[in-house]
Design a binder for this molecule. Structure first.
Ligand SMILES: NC(=O)c1ccc[n+]([C@@H]2O[C@H](COP(=O)([O-])OP(=O)(O)OC[C@H]3O[C@@H](n4cnc5c(N)ncnc54)[C@H](OP(=O)(O)O)[C@@H]3O)[C@@H](O)[C@H]2O)c1
Length: 269
């Protein structure tokens, strides 16, 4: 893995997070990663850090063995037109982080029998804490292992069936925003009951982190942990029930379903 060169086509939020995460994990040197975007001036700081930065996607592809497609769904076809003459199925492995685009969609558009692995990370990849879902149709076990090892360095990965990738997008990629908004809402509540905004945010975020770690480290169930906090006639159950009367769980479930529906049609729109 350490000898491979990666081209990240579309160094925006996810592309940059991936690049930084891989380097932070110590698996790749910046010089092994080439970044592209149309406005390369905004990648000047990455260039200073030693990453390859060029505007030509075709050139980036020629110099790499692993190609990460990290543009928006509506930008994909134009980019595929650009790189098609440079893609060599015998040499290249394509990794797509694009929501709503199947491995088959990419192969069909390129008219090449290239191996494609779909990956759905989230923005916590920048700090090595991504929940990454990985799926493919025709890629070899060996290549799936390469991709899994790559993304295990920047968080936790699981392999899922490709038909669940849009669901994974909603739960894990969009999910970052859902939990962040929950933390923000908790901090706003905290401010209203007496804490300065910066203290309230820190207290809410650490409390959320502790709650997640209770589940992850103890392999526990949320309701089991909630039962421990809710004493009879107590303040926790009163607050929790008030939230539920106002549709707390229902709003989260409906939001996730809405995001999954939208993720499924992004490329088609
Ligand atoms: N954000 C998330 O949490 C998340 C999580 C998982 C997956 N995804 C998926 O990841 C993909 C990227 O999302 P994002 O949030 O990183 O979007 P983004 O910040 O808009 O990044 C896309 C980048 O692509 C560049 N770009 C556009 N056309 C290009 C071209 N022809 N050649 C080279 N670069 C080009 C853009 O820069 P220029 O305009 O300068 O070219 C931009 O920096 C999306 O498909 C999304 O569905 C996102």
């Amino acid at each position: 893995m350490s000898k491979q060169h990666i081209a990240i086509l579309g160094a925006g939020n996810i592309g940059l997070s991936l690049a930084k995460g891989l380097v932070k994990a110590g698996i790749y040197q910046p010089s092994q990663i080439t970044l592209t975007r149309r406005n390369i001036a905004s990648l000047a700081n990455m260039k200073e850090e030693g990453f390859g930065v060029i505007a030509s996607n075709a050139e980036a592809v020629k110099g790499a063995t692993i190609i990460v497609l990290a543009i928006l769904p509506q930008q994909l076809n134009k980019l595929l037109d650009e790189i098609k003459p440079s893609v060599d199925p015998a040499k290249h492995l394509l990794i797509s982080v694009i929501s709503g685009v199947s491995c088959q969609d990419i192969r069909k558009y390129l008219a090449l029998d290239v191996q494609v692995v779909r990956v759905m990370p989230n923005t916590a990849i920048a700090i090595g804490q991504s929940m990454t879902c990985i799926a493919t149709d025709t890629a070899t076990e060996e290549n799936i292992k390469v991709v899994t090892a790559m993304f295990n360095t920047v968080g936790v990965s699981i392999q899922i069936n490709e038909d669940l990738m849009t669901s994974a997008t909603a739960l894990c990629a969009c999910g970052i925003a859902f939990f962040l908004r929950s933390i923000r809402a908790a901090s706003q509540g905290g401010t209203e009951i007496g804490f300065h905004a910066h203290d309230a945010l820190k207290m809410a975020a650490q409390t959320a982190k502790g709650a997640a770690d209770l589940l992850l480290q103890l392999s526990s169930h949320p309701e089991h942990e909630i039962d421990k906090v809710t004493s009879p006639k107590g303040c926790t159950i009163a607050g929790l029930n008030e939230m539920e009367h106002n549709g707390f769980s229902s709003a989260m479930i409906k939001g996730i379903k809405m995001s999954a529906e939208k993720a499924g049609v992004l490329y088609k729109e």
